[in-house]
Design a protein around this ligand. Structure first.
Ligand code: TRP
Ligand code: SF4
Length: 418
């Protein structure tokens, strides 16, 4: 199923496919090979069989860079061009910008009402980042609340899976707790508690004790094994109607109606992409190759790349283990090329420039089509704008649906609300 032939349709037609997937990226401007192998390659693969939502987390950037927001819009454009260059297809995935959708802010504020401060204070990134970015004043409300903003980002689209790096898993965990609490507080019928108590009164005391212990274990500690045993227990009870069984089940997990489903973290393996100096490729180290680098620039950067310091002269043998170029061979070369390198390097039968050649070729073969895809967007900013406007609209359709349910569950329905 595809919506390529109906460019005016607002809602994507691919919702029935696979899983609902959502992820966000802070607008950092031009992306490099580390971003590609670490994140984008994965996004591109996911877009084919799933309903994907990928967005620019520009408000998130403000939580740490509120003092210097200049360049945010330009960084957003540059980054989305790189997404498209890498192969994200706006007909397959919904690409949008967080700040274009105030719905994220509305859900954030509604979730904030019932979120204990301690949940945010104990998110590991809170203290870590404050330590790491000590030159910035991060004792702000926005910074403390940013994982909850992320929860709103995720829950607004009722995502099943959230591709993230290991550093973000705790935020998805928080999101699950927030969803569970929301469903618990607002998903139940008003007299659910009384009905459950009455039903428990008809069961034998041992069973009730067991049931309550398992329910507490799950609701207070998120112990999913306890939930599983609780469900088994409920299934084994005889002489209950379907409605009674259902009541016991929702009493177990603490929720009646699931308004906000709990998402799963889809752990993305950290990219081992080495930079031009052998350290991890990162903008702050100045060791990157960007996705829109020209073939000449790639060649130039690779030529200048340091090699095993033992190879002072062409006739000195080297050791690939001590050479950052070999790390690139590990990413881009076949087994036989790597053998050629090892053999040639340790016997000084090849020169370093010769050794770099297959890597230069491989990177350029990959980047040339990316540059070609980026070009029309560089030429015509309105084209990019149209893609994002459409993505924003498609995202909004989903976000509004969730918010309608959330507002209703929280009692915010009246003649004044549209
Ligand atoms: N916080 C993430 C980061 O700093 C970006 C992000 C924001 C995100 N909202 C998200 C990722 C929702 C996944 C889902 O990298
Ligand atoms: Fe590095 Fe290759 Fe030179 Fe050996 S031959 S030092 S692996 S660039």
């Amino acid at each position: 199923m595809t919506d390529t032939n109906t460019p005016t349709a607002l809602a994507p037609t691919n919702f029935s496919k696979g899983q609902r997937i959502l992820s966000g990226m802070r607008p950092t401007g031009w992306l490099h090979l580390g971003h590609y192998h670490g994140v984008l390659e994965n996004w591109v693969r996911l877009q084919h069989d799933n309903a994907c939502f990928f967005f620019v987390a520009d408000w998130h950037a403000l939580t740490t860079h509120y003092e210097d927001p200049r360049g945010l819009a330009q960084h957003t454009r540059d980054m989305v061009i790189d997404w498209l260059a890498a192969g994200l297809d706006p007909e397959k995935a919904t690409l949008f910008v967080q700040s274009a959708l105030p719905e994220h802010a509305e859900l954030h504020v509604l979730l904030s009402m019932g979120t204990p401060l301690s949940w945010l204070e104990r998110v590991p990134t809170y203290k870590d980042q404050q330590e790491k970015l000590r030159e910035k004043d991060l004792a702000t409300y926005g910074f403390l609340g940013y994982p909850l903003l992320q929860s709103a980002d995720i829950l607004l689209y009722r995502a099943d899976q959230v591709p993230v790096g290991a550093d973000q898993v705790s935020h998805v965990e928080l999101t699950r707790e927030v969803a569970r609490r929301f469903n618990h507080l607002y998903g139940r019928e008003p007299d659910a508690a009384e009905r459950l108590t009455a039903l428990l009164g008809t069961l034998d005391k041992e069973t009730v004790k067991k049931y309550q212990r398992l329910a507490r274990k799950f609701q207070e500690k998120g112990d999913s094994e306890a939930l599983h045993y609780g469900q088994l227990l409920v299934n084994q009870l005889s002489g209950l109607s379907d409605a009674e069984r259902e009541r016991l089940r929702s009493g177990l997990d603490g929720s009646g109606r699931i308004i906000l489903p709990e998402p799963q973290a889809l752990l993305t393996e950290a990219s081992k992409m080495p930079g031009l100096d052998g350290l991890k490729m990162s903008k702050s180290y100045g060791n990157t190759i960007s996705l829109r680098e020209s073939p000449e620039q790639v060649r130039d950067k690779l030529k200048k790349m340091p090699t095993d310091p033992a190879r002072v002269r062409r006739t000195d043998p080297g050791n690939p283990e001590h050479c950052p170029v070999f790390q690139l061979h590990e990413v881009y070369s076949s087994e036989s090329t790597r053998q050629w390198v090892c053999q040639g390097c340790t016997t000084a039968s090849i020169g370093c420039l010769e050794c770099k050649e297959p890597v230069i070729q491989a990177i350029n073969d990959m980047l040339i089509p990316m540059r070609e895809r980026a070009e029309p967007f560089e030429q015509d900013p309105a084209h990019l704008q149209r893609i994002l406007s459409r993505g924003n609209e498609r995202a909004r359709a989903v976000a509004q649906e969730t918010l309608r349910d959330v507002r209703e569950a929280m009692g915010l329905i009246g003649s004044w609300s549209s």
